[in-house]
Design a protein around this ligand. Structure first.
Ligand code: GLN
Length: 547
């Protein structure tokens, strides 16, 4: 049975709980333990799939097709453990399950209450797969004291109480604000947030204190005394220059040791940190820099394309160069010539997106990359727009468009080269959708395999001809137009196993132009950069050497 670490946060939000959880996962792995990370979000949306990327950041998709919080992306990037549907839950999902059960009559006429029905549902969720790993790390979203979070905290209290002693611990993240006027770090907010936890029957075993200044020994002692935590379990978390420093930094501060001590695991296995030392060596000792333009829609919030930004960094690490990603709003190219904006970049990436806004600009970016022979990586919508560009400008389909957009805009009649997919095969069963379906969870989601054409650029990049990648989309390039597009030089170099769905396109006479219907960024890790990103950056390095 797994040991449980519950991770909570106090004082303010955005303390980096997700990162601390992911780093702890990596450190436990480095000591030879197996881990699984899990996120419990107090909001009422059933999942983040329908939430705006502007508000919530990227939606992270798992192999088994769950649309989850972006923290699961951190978990995967730090541990390499593929997250599952059952690693992410929200209050909305819990309540919706409880209500479904109530409607079915499962509760045999009982009055349904937060305790025990909602808390039981949460505890059941916590227990899934508990016998598969040594440690289960469960992060609770939000801040202690939030109304929505209460059922989760209560469930943790019960869960801990019901398990044998010493099998569950609580790690709490707080902030030590610095008062410049008195030159002091203040511990009172931390004391208060621990009190808040204590008032609901929880007590932290490890306190992780975010601070912009070194924490003096005296303050550490004070926190330990007032918060009822061992002094060695008061862990400092300072600002880092890159998130990938977190495992080594937390190790230096004694986090993994404090956690193992809290479980009374002694002697603790020695850690092997070689993987993280190599990661930091690649980041610290990068030679040269490439500039990559990301022409997208959600450019104000960096979290909206979190995995892409990380995958580009990994691509840089694979080539020992720094990647400078610069975000450009695609709508700019609907008003202005892209040339002055894009000249000087060593590569162009058009990411995924939803809706029509900015798409004409993305088409122009794809055209610029094609005609100027600049490396181009089109992801999902970025692939669809590259296909429309090819259709319009080279395959005699001047009115090519997508069913996602208004096909009759401006009195025109567009040709749906990209159409709304309503039926497809997953494994050995057929999936069907209607245009009127709910928006939540109805896309082509999760891992699907693709067969690559031998001798193609992508087959070389992957070093194989069968791949599996994660999807999240409703629309698809229509195979009806394959002949016309191939005649124009656009190769369909990756297809679904049944040969019906184009998964990858590439220009045969271009140094590096690839469009993929899936999201390769979701599977990239700092210690295992995704081959598409690694080779995309390699191509960018080549361009940088020419100029
Ligand atoms: N909006 C497009 C579709 O649903 C692309 C989705 C995406 O880029 N993730 O097919």
């Amino acid at each position: 049975m797994a040991r449980y670490v519950f991770i909570t946060g106090g004082v303010v939000s955005s303390l980096g709980k997700g990162l601390a959880s992911a780093a702890l996962g990596a450190l436990l792995q480095a000591r030879g333990f197996s881990v699984r990370l899990r996120k419990l979000d107090p909001y009422l949306n059933v999942d983040p799939g329908t939430m705006s990327p502007f508000e919530h950041g990227e939606v992270f998709v798992t192999d088994d097709g769950a649309e989850t919080d972006l923290d699961l992306g951190h978990y995967e990037r730090f541990t390499g453990v593929s997250a599952r549907k059952t690693d992410s839950v929200s209050s909305g999902r819990i309540y919706s399950t409880v209500l479904e059960k109530e409607r079915r009559g499962d509760y045999l006429g009982k009055t349904i209450q937060v305790i025990p029905h909602v808390t039981n549902e949460i505890k059941e969720f916590l227990s899934i797969g508990a016998d598969e790993v040594d440690f289960m790390l469960c992060e609770i979203g939000g801040t202690v004291g939030d109304i929505e979070g209460l059922p989760f905290f209560e469930a943790i209290r019960q869960f801990t109480h019901e398990r044998p002693r010493g099998e569950c611990i609580l790690m709490h993240l707080t902030l030590l604000p610095y008062l410049a006027a008195s030159g002091e770090l203040k511990t009172k907010p931390t004391q208060h947030s621990v009190k808040e936890l204590q008032s609901i029957g929880l007590a932290p075993d490890v306190l992780v204190c975010r601070s912009e200044h070194p924490i003096p020994e005296k303050e550490r002692e004070k926190i330990a005394l007032f918060c009822n935590v061992r002094k060695e379990a008061v862990i400092a978390a300072y600002d880092l220059k890159t998130i990938y420093e977190a495992p080594l930094a937390y190790h230096r501060e004694g986090l993994d040791q404090a956690v193992l001590d809290a479980f009374q695991i002694s002697p603790a296995p020695r850690p092997n940190l070689a993987r993280w030392i190599d990661v930091m060596d690649r980041l610290d000792n990068a030679e040269g820099q490439v500039r990559v333009a990301i022409v997208g829609k959600y450019t104000q919030l960096e979290d909206a394309y979190k995995s892409i930004a990380e995958a580009l960094t990994h691509g840089g690490m694979a080539n020992r160069v720094r990647v400078k990603a610069e975000w450009i709003d695609a709508e700019t190219f609907e008003r202005e010539d892209p040339a002055p904006w894009l000249e000087g970049f060593h590569a162009i990436l058009v990411p995924g997106g939803f809706g029509e806004r900015g798409t004409e600009g993305k088409i122009r970016a794809a055209e610029f990359a094609r005609t100027r022979q600049i490396p181009y990586l089109g992801i999902c919508l970025g692939m669809q727009m590259a296909v429309i560009e090819a259709a319009r400008n080279l395959a005699q389909l001047p009115d090519a468009g997508s069913e996602e957009f208004d096909l009759e805009a401006g009195g025109k009649r567009f040709t749906p080269v990209v159409y709304h997919l309503k039926e497809w095969v997953q494994g050995n069963h057929k999936v069907e959708r209607k245009a009127s379906d709910d928006k939540g969870g109805t896309m082509r989601l999760g891992a699907y395999s693709a067969h690559l054409v031998e001798g193609s650029l992508v087959a070389r990049v992957y070093g194989t001809t069968v791949i599996e990648e994660r999807h999240r989309h409703r629309y698809e390039v229509d195979i009806k137009y394959r002949k016309m597009l191939e005649a124009a030089g656009l190769r369909f170099s990756g297809m679904s196993p049944d040969g019906r769905l184009p998964e990858i396109v590439e220009w045969a006479d271009h140094p590096w132009f690839i469009g993929v219907q899936f999201h390769p960024e979701l599977k990239s890790k700092p210690f295992a950069p995704h081959p598409l990103f690694a080779d995309f950056i390699r191509a960018a390095v080549e361009v940088s050497r020419l100029v």
